[in-house]
Design a protein around this ligand. Sequence first.
Ligand SMILES: [Zn+2]
Ligand SMILES: [Zn+2]
Length: 271
Amino acid sequence: MIDYHIHTLLCNHAEGGMESCIQRAVEMGLEEICFLEHLSFDPAIRSHAMDIHEVPFYFFSLQRLKQKYEEKISILAGLEIDFSQPFASAIEELTHLFDFDLIAGSVHFVDGINIASRRHAAQMDDKTFEKLSVRYASDILALVQSELFDVACHLDVITKNGRSLPSEAKALLKEAISNMGQTGMALEVNAGGLHHPIAACYPCTELIDHALACKTPLTTGSDAHRPMHVGRGIPQVLDLIQSLGGTQITRFKKRKGRPMVIPQAPGVQTP
Ligand SMILES: [Zn+2]
Ligand SMILES: [Zn+2]
């Protein structure tokens, strides 16, 4: 099993250091993990992300830990970058400065609104949610079309608090997934939502089904924000992909993907 979505205390809203996460992953018998620390170029939302000046420390610490644990587990260095069109060239520049294994893109804020915040969701009426969802899905489509990323994370995380996607937003996300199938960009099946009010992984079954029909590559991630959550939900995600007829997930190294057959019985159970 692989967990391609792990955060550490560097992003200011997670707990635990890199080594605690690695030890937990080894304990669980994971084959490969990827740290995917948050990074944002937008000054308005940087408080939720690693500081840009910490990137060299982050990258080189991971190189050291890769070597230290190479007999026990494969460790990848990645980033989860908040996509925003005005920062596209800054994103491209930074990702060429370091030899990352995987560059993932996501959208957490639309017009300065944290789209997954419970507080905002509680205050929002259905009409406002509908408008925000369409804006969000357009941003995801732009993220995919930027071709800056290897993976798109938690594609419909805007449903986190239990609301379903309006049809216009869903159509835009489907278009994004079709584009990914053409360019070889991977769609993350994110287990984090299993523990949110929506109680389902991101994206929803209908969108995963669409990805399988478009031959869009898939990866799996827990979105762990503390060491205890590393690997959490990955067996369920693999079961879901297989139940929809999927047989492969994609692994990355130095930003090149290669498909891997999903083993019939995932060997590790989450607590
Ligand atoms: Zn995220
Ligand atoms: Zn994340």
